[in-house]
Structures are given as C-alpha cells and as structure tokens.
Design a protein around this ligand. Structure first.
Ligand code: SF4
Length: 331
C-alpha cells in the first residue's frame, strides 16, 4: 500500500521524472486492457489537456471522452471541439432537475452526502450529524459534525448526488476503462483513494489516475514548457509577481485558476481572494444571473430552482447568515 510519505516523495520529484512515471502508469494500464478498451477522460480543463497530450504522444488514436454536463464554461466546450476523436456523452438529467430532486451541491462531497441522508431522517446520518456516532467510515470520515450541524434545519436540501448523475453515470455508459487526470492533492477523498489503490486500480473501480502525484504547479509548468494550447478561459500562464519558490518560479493563470462546473458550490467557501461566483459575475454576467437569481418554495416549503434561475442567492444568504457574511462571496 502506498503511504503519505511515498506521495510526498513522488510530489517532490522533478517534472521530467513525473512525466516518465505517468507514462509508465499509462503503459501498464493500457497493456492490461488494450488501447481500444481504454479512454482518456477529457473535461477540457488544463489537467486533462495535459493528460491527453501525454497519452496521445504514446497512443495517437486513443479515444477521449467529454461528458457534456452543460455546466462547463462556453470556452471549454468550444476548446473540446478543437480535438479529434473525442466522444461526447450527456447526462440523462439537467443540473436544474438534479438539484430539484436531490439538493444543492454545497460545502463538500462528504458533508453533502451525510447531510442529505440526515435531512431525510436516516438514523445513521442523524447520529453522525448529532455527534452520537463519531465513527464515520472510509471516504466520509472527515465530515465536520459540529460545524455543519446547523444545516440540518435549513429550508433547502443539500446533496452529493449531482456528480453521480451528471458525470459518473454518463461516463459509466462508455463501457471502457478510464484514464483520469485527478490528483491526490485536490481533496481528502482523492488522497484516500490514492492511499488505498495507488495510481492504477485493476479491481473494483477500475481506473488509471496516472497523474495522482502531480501538483497544480506541475500542470502549469508542463503547459508552458510544451507550449500546449489550453482553453481561453484560463488566460495566459505567467510568473506570480516576484514570487519564487525554493526550486522554481511559481506560475499562475491570468484568467480562471479552475474551471470545472460553473454553478458548483463544492469548496466555494474555501476560496481566497475573488470567489468563483464573483468571477462569474465579472466574466459571464448572464450565466451568473441564471445561477444566483430565481428559485421558489415548493409545496413542502423547500427552496428549489425555477424557470427564472437556480436560486443560489437564497442558499448562499442562508449559509452566510449561519457562518458569516464572507462565507460564500457572490456579489
Ligand atoms: S462538480 Fe459539482 S456541479 Fe459538477 S457534477 Fe459534480 S457536484 Fe455537480
């Protein structure tokens, strides 16, 4: 089993060695299943753009798959179309339908998962939320019971179902083995998955995550060194003002630092500086309006999206009322 020390060691390697190790991981995975039975999961974001570049230098005809959730920046959708051999798949429901049926994706996956079941009255989840069972297991072990207890009584549902419906189900319909550009540094869940399986998993959830030990700086550096085109929504990759790390110059993007789903609330409360919804207002005001405005109560008194918009203003105002005005900044 790999350890946290192993991860730290791999993360400290120079980029060139990381690329070699990534190539080894991809080769091992493709050797097991055959290139025609594998695909690169391509979101149009910078991480998967790097992965696709590495994989196609090895296997020029390997298929890429883009799950078009309708939640990506328009620039990302346009960028994806500049690549050959990309299969586009769609979820069966829209984001609005998903949050109407299950709830809003806010805080983080683990918290939203537990809150969803606690709001539904499931005993194990209520025990956990009320602190009577602090024994959470596996991937949900970092649920912050005390902090998010207040969300049990809000007038909207919270849920982690969105990723499953919008991304995982369409991806499962491919019936091939995925090669994915996720990294252990991105979340506790991804770290735990790497500690349990390493980069290539050949049983259970079969997948290759050959860049698990990369960092965001590695991705930016790879793009810069290889002059790799990325979606215009990122802007340019530049050196951070006068800042240097011990080993190299720190890089950043002049536009968005992350793309992903534009209306997603997961992790929005952790952002420093300009928040994703503030940036959306500045760069894509009409999308911001749809996301923030609208919403109405249903017959059970639960807040849900409506024709006018997703109604996130109300959701964020409730959260800011509990955790402080700056918890999620959206104006
Ligand atoms: S990242 Fe957020 S918005 Fe996108 S599918 Fe997952 S939960 Fe939904």
């Amino acid at each position: 089993m790999p350890t946290r020390e192993d991860l730290k060691y791999y993360q400290s390697l120079p980029l060139e060695l990381k690329v070699y190790k990534t190539i080894d991981n991809i080769r091992e995975f493709v050797r097991e299943y055959g290139v025609d039975e594998c695909y690169v999961s391509f979101s149009g974001g910078k991480d998967s753009t790097v992965l696709l570049d590495i994989a196609r230098k090895m296997y020029p005809n390997i298929e890429a798959v883009f799950v078009n959730t309708g939640l990506e920046y328009p620039e990302i959708q346009k960028f994806v179309k500049t690549f050959d051999n990309v299969r586009i798949v769609y979820p069966k429901k829209t984001f609005r339908q998903v949050i109407s049926e299950w709830g809003y994706p806010i805080i983080g996956k683990e918290t939203a998962h537990n809150l969803f079941y606690a709001q539904k009255g499931k005993k194990w989840a209520l025990d956990m939320v009320n602190g009577e069972s602090k024994q959470a297991s596996g991937e949900f072990s970092r649920f912050n019971i005390e902090k998010y207890k207040s969300l049990l009584n809000v007038d909207f549902r919270v849920s982690d179902a969105c990723c499953r419906v919008m991304k995982k189900s369409p991806a499962h319909s491919i019936k091939k083995m995925p090669i994915i550009a996720t990294m252990a540094e991105e979340s506790n869940l991804r770290l735990q998955q790497w500690l349990a399986k390493g980069c290539n998993s050949f049983d259970g959830n079969i997948a290759s995550k050959p860049m698990s030990f990369w960092t965001q700086q590695d991705v930016l550096r790879y793009i810069k060194i290889n002059n790799l085109p990325i979606a215009s929504v990122y802007g340019d990759i530049v050196e951070k003002d006068g800042q240097t790390s011990l080993f190299d110059t720190e890089l950043c993007t002049t536009g968005c630092s992350r793309t992903g789903c534009i209306y997603c609330g997961f992790g929005a409360h952790l952002e420093k500086g300009e928040g994703r919804f503030q940036r959306l207002k500045r760069t894509h005001p009409r999308l911001w309006e749809y996301c923030i405005e609208g919403g109405e109560y249903d017959t059970d008194g639960l807040w849900k999206p409506n024709d006018k918009g997703l109604g996130l203003r109300h959701v964020f105002d409730v959260l800011n009322g509990i955790y402080g005005d700056d918890f999620i900044r959206y104006e």
